[in-house]
Design a protein around this ligand. Structure first.
Ligand SMILES: Cc1cc2nc3c(=O)[nH]c(=O)nc-3n(C[C@H](O)[C@H](O)[C@H](O)COP(=O)(O)O)c2cc1C
Length: 418
């Protein structure tokens, strides 16, 4: 289908003067294309070249970890120092050579890391996982004050290395149940000290992470954050607290807010909790538009919305409604890395994002299953090939689970030797 008004093609100026060439952004997808000792590889350069050459305006990397003791998955890239500057420079250049901005997404997983990968997992409080997930994820220990301060300074330092490597900006991963989100959530954060107990205190961690990054990268370098509209979990972070956090971050000077939602325990980010009854909501595709409208009527800040966008018409209509400035796309770009070329002409990709299932209920209930399937597509593109959108869910899951087990073993071996 072809649409006539192509708002996607308009450039976007951020308040700090940064100009994005259009409104189409690749949202973060963890590639796990790093080595098992967590260094960036040429496959990342290849993958990002492919995306950037399709015409995307902004490309946000898969989550990059700020501490090698706290990985989310085997094969995550870790940025703690300048040891990988030459490859990081090539990675950034793969995008900027095509006029795309590339922002590194910085993350600490907190408790959301599968059993056995890290020596131990910390979180704001020692809250166990949902019962059916406890076999895969261990109950974390409560972080000490010194550990919290160390993590904050690591976020800042990793951002400074990204800037030096030529990345155009950074994004804090404050969504999807990882550490920043854990601090914000009354379910995960049961602390009664300076880091929890009231919404303001739960917010303190994200505010300090932001200020430390800003201190280390300066006023001109774009810093954004991906935040949950809500956790979709009983006792979790609510829309009201999310709006208050956005207000506080905007006041502090954040350059972009990306809206998403959910956690591993309640995977709203992939649409699992999106069951709209009204036909008008179905037609609007994206999962978090209503919340974006609330943000719009609360504060003035560049807004990106990610989750559910599929068609050029859906994207252009969302932009013309004025409720967002940037359209974030993830899964579609894993099965069609060139989709932006068509979308920017008002045409749809021939590929359709479809539910990926294994047929095993306990596995399909977890958002992580889909992530594994999509990661396999990213690996194919990183090797210079094409995705295989017809790949079955079960076979992919079994291969990924084996690969992940091997990756965990290798990561631990390499860590023990270093
Ligand atoms: C393979 C895969 C990896 C992902 N990794 C990340 C990540 O590292 N950081 C993040 O913020 N979101 C991550 N996401 C979530 C996406 O950014 C996005 O929020 C979600 O897929 C919904 O957008 P979509 O409907 O366009 O796919 C990932 C999604 C997939 C499929």
């Amino acid at each position: 289908m072809k649409t006539d008004t192509i708002l996607l093609n308009q450039s976007l100026s951020l308040p700090n003067g940064t100009v994005l060439k259009n409104r189409l952004a690749k949202a973060s997808m963890s590639e796990t294309l790093g080595t098992y000792d967590n260094r960036p590889t040429p496959a990342l350069v290849e993958l990002y070249k492919r995306w950037a050459s399709s015409g995307l305006g902004l490309i946000i990397t898969g989550n990059v970890m700020i501490d090698r003791r706290a990985l989310g998955e085997p094969g995550n890239v870790v940025i703690e120092d300048e040891r990988d500057l030459p490859t990081l420079q090539k990675w950034a250049k793969a995008a900027t050579d095509h006029g795309a901005a590339i922002w590194a997404q910085l993350n600490h997983p907190g408790k959301q890391s599968t059993k056995g990968l890290n020596e131990s997992n910390l979180a704001p409080s020692a809250v166990p996982f949902r019962e059916d997930m406890a076999a895969f994820f261990e109950t974390p220990r409560e972080a000490t004050e010194a550990e919290i301060k160390d993590i904050i300074s690591r976020f800042g330092h990793s951002a400074a290395v990204c800037k030096k490597a030529g990345f155009s900006g950074v994004e804090i991963h404050g969504a999807h149940g990882y550490l920043v989100n854990q601090f914000l959530s009354p379910h995960h954060n049961r602390r009664e000290d300076a880091w929890g107990g009231t919404p303001e205190k739960r917010r303190r961690f994200v505010m300090e992470v932001y200020s430390e990054i800003r201190r280390q990268v300066g006023a001109e370098f774009p810093v954004g954050i991906k935040l949950n509209s809500a956790d979709f979990q009983q006792g979790g972070f609510t829309e009201e607290e999310s709006l208050d956090s956005i207000r506080a971050l905007v006041e502090a000077g954040i350059d972009l807010i990306e809206i998403s939602g959910g956690t591993y325990e309640a995977p709203a980010m992939s649409g699992a909790m999106h069951k709209p009854k009204k036909a008008s909501t179905v037609a609007r595709e994206a999962y978090f538009l209503e919340f974006a409208e609330k943000v719009r009527s609360t504060v003035q800040v560049p807004l990106m919305v990610t989750g559910g966008f599929r068609s050029a018409t859906g994207m252009n209509e969302a932009l013309s409604s004025g409720s967002l400035d940037l359209v974030g796309l993830a899964r579609l770009l894993a099965i069609d890395p060139d989709a932006a070329t068509l979308l920017l002409q008002g045409r749809d990709s021939a590929q359709r994002v479809r539910p990926i299932t294994t047929g095993i209920k306990a596995v399909d209930r977890m958002g992580i299953m889909e992530v594994l399937w999509y990661t396999r597509q990213l690996k194919r593109i990183g090797k210079g090939g094409n995705p295989v959108p017809s790949e079955g869910g079960l076979a992919a899951f079994l291969k990924s689970a084996l690969g992940s087990g091997w990756g965990t073993y290798r990561t631990r071996r390499l860590r023990a030797r270093s």
